[in-house]
Design a protein around this ligand. Structure first.
Ligand code: ATP
Length: 795
C-alpha cells in the first residue's frame, strides 16, 4: 500500500529537494493505481486506499456465479468443475469385479458418462455465466475507465491544488522553521530557567526540610498555643461575661451619669441661683441681722420699757391701791368725822373752834381725796399709754419673730440644698472612682498609690523645708507629687492613681482601696504591697497599730471589711470559708510566722513556692489558719508580729528586716445560685530599701540589707521586663518575685503603695522610689480574672 501525506518532512529530510517529473508521475500512478482519493483540506492531504474497491469487485463476481457454490457438490456426481475433480473424473478407470466383468464396467461407464454429461452441462453453464460475466465486466471496465478518466481530470485538478497547497505549505514550513528556531531559543532559555528552577527547587527543598523542622516546632507550639487559646477563650468568655456585666453596669452608670449630669447641671443652676439668693440673702440677712439686732435692742428696750411700764403699772396700781385705800380711809375718816361732827352737833356743845378744825381737816381730806382721785386718773391714763406701747412692742416683736422664722426656714432650705449638693458631689466622686477603677481593670495596669508620711520631730529640728510638694491645680490635685531640690534645681513631677499627703489618715487611705479589697470577696486575686525606703511608712500603712482603732493600717481594716461584708452576704445565701497564712522572706528564706512553737522549729523547714496552671500559688507546709472573726485575725497578727524579724537601725527604731506576706484565701458558696467564688487577698509589707552608708549596717544587719536590696533589685528587673514586654521575665531570680509572679505577671488586681519620706536627706531615695513606682505604673499585667464556678456538687 502506498500512502502520501502532506505532513511536514521528517527532521533531517532535505527540505527544498526538487521534485522530478518522474517523481510526480510515479506519485500520480501510485495514487491512481491504488485508486486514492486525494483531498486537500487546510494544506493537509488525506489519502484513501481503494484497494478495498478491487476486493469488492471480486466478491461481486463470485456473487454473480451462484453455481460455483454448487461445484463441490457436483464433484462427486461429475458436476464439480474444480480442476482436481475434473482431473479425477478424467483419470477415472472402470474396474470390474473380474477382468471380464464387462457388465459391471459398462454400468460404471454409464454412471461415468452421466457424470461426464453433468460435468459438460456444468461447464456449459459456467461458460455461459462467464460470457455474461465477461460482458458485464467489460461494461464495468468501460465505466471504470470513464470514471478513471474523470478521476484523472479530478486528480490533475487536485494536483494543481496540491501544488499551490505545497507552495503554501513551504511558506508555512519556513514560517514554522522560524517558529521552531524561536521555540528552540525559547527552549534553551527555558532549559536555563529550568536549571535555575532546579537549583531553586533544591534550595527550596533545603528550606522545606528546615521549614518542616520549624513546622514541627510550630506544631508543638501550636498545641501549647491551642491550650493557651482554650485558656484565653475561657478568659475571653469570662471577659465577655464581665464585659456584658460591665456594659450593663456602664449603661446604668451612663444613665446614672446623665441623670447625675442633669441633676448636676440643675443643681449647679440651682446652686448658682442659691448662691445668688444666698448672697442676696446674706445681704438681707446682714441687714435683717442688723435689723434683728436693732429690733432685739429695741425689743429689749421695749421689754425693758414694758417691764418698766409693768413695774410702773404695778407701782401705779399699788399707788392707786394705796390712794384708794387712803381715799377709803379718808372717806371713812370723813364719814367718821361727819358722824363725830353730827354727834358733836347733836350731843354736846363742842367749841366752834374744834368744829372748824375738824371741818378744815375734813376739807383737807376731801382735797387730798380729790387729788388722789386725779392722780389715780392720770396714772390710769399713763397705764393705758404704757399698755398701748406694750402692745405695739409686742406686735413688732411678733413681726420680727415671723421674719426671723422665715429667715430660719430659708436657711434650713439652703442648708438642705447644700447637703444634697454635697451628697451629689460625693456620689459623682464615687462614680468617677468606680469608672476609673473599671478603666484601670480593663487596661490591666498595676495601680500605684503614693503616700508621704509626716516629718518626724527629729527631722523637723533642722528647720529644713520638706522635699515634696503637691500641685494644687484641679487636674493634678490628689494625683501628683513634686520632688524639690534644696539647691532650687529642677523639680521632678510624678503622677499616680492617687497621692496621699502627710495629713491623710489611715481611714482616708483605706477609703480609696476598700473597693479593691471588696473584689477579693467577688472571686478576684488581689495583691496590695508597700514599697519604699526604710522608715518611709510601709509598716505604718500596711499594719499600723491595730490595737488603736484610728491607727489600724490596710491589713486590719481590709480584714474587718471582708468579715463584715461576708456576714452581710449571708442574707443572700452566701457562705464563706477563710484561711489565713503569714510568712516572711528573710535572707532569701521563707519563714512561717504562724508556726506553733519557735519559728520554723528546730529543724530547718524548707518551704517551697508552687504555682498551679490556674494561677493559684501555694507554699508547701505553710500553716493555714481558718478565721471567721476579726478577733481571730488580730491574735494571728499579734503572734506574727512577735515572730517577725525587726531590729533597730539608724533609719528606723523598729525596722522590718524581711518581706512580710499576709494571705487570706476566700472560698464562697451560694447554695441558692450554686455559684462558687475563690478569691485571694495578698497584703505585703516589703522590707525597706536602704543605703548602707545611711543605715550604718554591719555584720548580720549588713547581710540582711544586702539580701533585701538584692530581692528588691530582682523586683525591679521583673518590673522592667514586664514593662518592656520582654519574652522572658526573670521571676525565679528571687523568692519574692517568684512568690509575686501571679500578681505581677498574671491576672490579679494589683496595687502598690510607694511610701515616701518628706525629709530632704532622703531626697535621692525618694527619687529612686518614685522612678520605680512610675515604671510599675506603666506595667500592663493583663486583665484581672474572676475565679467563679458552678461547681458545688463537683467540688
Ligand atoms: N502616715 C504616717 N503618719 C504618722 N506616722 C507615720 C506615718 N508613716 C510612718 N509613720 C511613722 O514613721 C516611722 C517609720 O514608719 P514604718 O516603720 O512604718 O516605716 P517602714 O517603711 O516600714 O520602715 P522599715 O522598712 O524600716 O520597716 C514609724 O514610727 C511610724 O509610726
Amino acid at each position: 500500500m502506498a500512502t502520501y501525506s502532506s505532513r511536514k518532512p521528517a527532521w533531517g529530510q532535505k527540505e527544498n529537494q526538487q521534485e522530478t517529473p518522474a517523481d510526480k508521475k510515479r506519485k500520480m500512478v501510485v495514487s491512481g493505481a491504488s485508486g486514492l482519493k486525494v483531498r486537500s483540506h487546510r494544506g493537509v492531504l488525506s489519502v484513501v486506499n481503494l484497494r478495498a474497491e478491487g476486493n469488492a469487485v471480486r466478491k461481486s463476481l463470485e456473487a454473480a456465479n451462484p453455481s460455483k457454490a454448487g461445484m463441490a457438490a457436483v464433484a462427486g456426481d461429475g458436476s464439480s468443475t474444480s480442476p482436481d475433480c475434473v482431473d479425477a473424473l478424467l483419470n477415472l478407470k472402470m474396474v470390474g469385479k473380474t477382468k471380464f466383468d464387462f457388465k459391471g464396467k459398462s454400468e460404471q461407464m454409464m454412471d461415468y458418462i452421466k457424470k461426464l454429461r453433468t460435468c459438460i452441462r456444468a461447464f456449459q453453464e459456467l461458460d455461459r455465466n462467464h460470457t455474461q460475466e465477461k460482458l458485464e465486466q467489460l461494461k464495468q471496465i468501460e465505466a471504470q475507465r470513464l470514471s478513471r478518466v474523470e478521476s484523472e481530470t479530478q486528480m490533475r485538478n487536485q494536483y494543481l491544488q496540491l501544488e499551490s497547497g505545497y507552495g503554501e505549505l513551504k511558506a508555512l514550513y519556513s514560517q514554522l522553521q522560524q517558529e521552531l528556531n524561536q521555540e528552540q531559543a525559547a527552549k534553551q532559555a527555558l532549559v536555563r530557567v529550568e536549571e535555575k528552577h532546579v537549583e531553586t527547587i533544591q534550595s527550596r527543598e533545603k528550606d522545606i526540610t528546615m521549614l518542616n523542622g520549624q513546622i514541627e516546632k510550630l506544631q508543638s507550639d501550636l498545641i501549647s498555643s491551642n491550650k493557651q487559646v482554650s485558656v484565653l477563650q475561657d478568659i475571653n468568655k469570662r471577659l465577655q461575661e464581665y464585659n456584658t456585666s460591665l456594659q450593663q453596669y456602664n449603661s446604668k452608670l451612663q444613665v446614672d451619669a446623665s441623670n447625675a449630669a442633669e441633676a448636676m447641671s440643675r443643681t449647679q443652676k440651682e446652686k448658682a441661683a442659691i448662691m445668688e439668693n444666698l448672697s442676696t440673702l446674706r445681704g438681707s440677712t446682714t441687714s435683717l441681722n442688723a435689723q434683728l439686732a436693732a429690733t432685739k435692742a429695741s425689743l429689749q428696750d421695749k421689754i425693758q420699757q414694758h417691764k418698766d411700764a409693768v413695774e410702773e403699772a404695778s407701782r401705779l396700781r399699788m399707788d392707786i391701791q394705796r390712794c384708794t385705800e387712803d381715799r377709803d380711809q379718808l372717806a371713812s375718816q370723813v364719814s367718821s368725822f361727819e358722824a363725830e361732827n353730827a354727834m358733836y352737833k347733836e350731843c354736846t356743845g363742842k367749841s366752834v373752834a374744834e368744829i372748824k378744825l375738824i371741818s378744815n381737816k375734813a376739807l383737807a381730806l376731801e382735797e387730798s381725796y380729790t387729788t388722789a382721785n386725779e392722780r389715780i386718773k392720770s396714772l390710769r391714763q399713763q397705764l393705758e399709754i404704757t399698755q398701748h406701747k406694750l402692745e405695739v412692742a409686742e406686735s413688732q416683736l411678733e413681726l420680727s419673730r415671723g421674719e426671723s422664722a422665715t429667715q430660719g426656714m430659708k436657711y434650713a432650705e439652703i442648708s438642705e440644698r447644700l447637703v444634697e449638693t454635697e451628697r451629689k458631689v460625693k456620689e459623682g466622686e464615687m462614680l468617677r472612682r468606680k469608672l476609673h477603677n473599671t478603666i484601670l481593670e480593663l487596661k490591666g495596669n498595676i495601680r500605684v498609690f503614693c503616700r508621704v508620711r509626716p516629718l518626724m520631730v527629729e527631722e523637723d529640728e533642722g528647720n529644713e523645708s520638706p522635699s515634696v510638694q503637691f500641685p494644687s491645680s484641679t487636674d493634678l490635685e490628689g494625683r501628683a507629687i513634686e520632688l524639690v531640690q534644696p539647691s532650687g534645681g529642677p523639680k521632678h513631677c510624678f503622677q499616680f492613681d492617687k497621692v496621699f499627703g502627710p495629713d491623710v489618715k489611715q481611714a482616708g487611705v483605706f477609703e480609696e482601696i476598700s473597693q479593691l479589697v471588696q473584689s477579693a470577696l467577688d472571686g478576684y486575686k488581689v495583691c496590695i504591697f508597700a514599697y519604699g525606703q526604710t522608715g518611709s511608712g510601709k509598716t505604718h500603712t500596711m499594719i499600723g497599730n491595730p490595737e488603736i482603732p484610728d491607727e489600724g493600717g490596710v491589713i486590719p481594716r481590709s480584714l474587718e471589711q471582708v468579715f463584715e461584708s461576708s456576714q452581710a452576704l449571708i442574707a443572700q445565701g452566701w457562705k464563706f470559708c477563710m484561711q489565713a497564712s503569714m510568712l516572711e522572706i528573710y535572707n532569701e528564706t521563707i519563714r512561717d510566722l504562724l508556726a506553733k512553737g519557735p519559728v520554723n522549729g528546730d529543724v530547718k523547714q524548707m518551704y517551697v513556692v508552687k504555682h498551679d496552671p490556674s494561677g493559684n500559688t501555694s507554699v508547701s507546709d505553710l500553716t493555714l489558719v481558718e478565721v471567721a472573726t476579726w478577733k481571730e485575725v488580730s491574735n494571728l497578727l499579734h503572734r506574727a508580729s512577735q515572730s517577725r524579724s525587726t531590729s533597730k537601725t539608724l533609719m528606723n527604731e523598729q525596722s522590718s528586716r524581711s518581706h512580710c506576706v499576709f494571705t487570706l484565701r476566700i472560698s464562697g458558696v451560694n447554695e441558692g445560685t450554686e455559684q462558687a467564688v475563690h478569691g485571694v487577698l495578698n497584703l505585703i509589707d516589703l522590707a525597706g530599701s536602704e543605703r548602707l552608708s545611711r543605715s550604718g549596717a554591719t555584720g548580720d544587719r549588713l547581710k540582711e540589707t544586702q539580701a533585701i536590696n538584692k530581692s528588691l533589685a530582682s523586683l525591679g528587673d521583673v518590673i522592667m521586663a514586664i514593662a518592656n514586654k520582654d519574652p522572658h521575665v526573670p521571676f525565679r531570680n528571687s523568692k519574692l518575685t517568684y512568690l509575686l509572679q501571679p500578681c505581677l505577671g498574671g491576672d490579679s488586681k494589683t496595687l502598690m503603695f510607694v511610701n515616701i519620706s518628706p525629709d530632704m536627706k532622703s531626697l535621692n531615695e525618694s527619687l529612686c522610689s518614685l522612678r520605680f513606682a512610675a515604671k510599675v505604673n506603666a506595667c500592663e499585667i493583663g486583665v484581672p480574672h474572676r475565679q467563679t464556678s458552678l461547681s458545688i456538687r463537683s467540688s
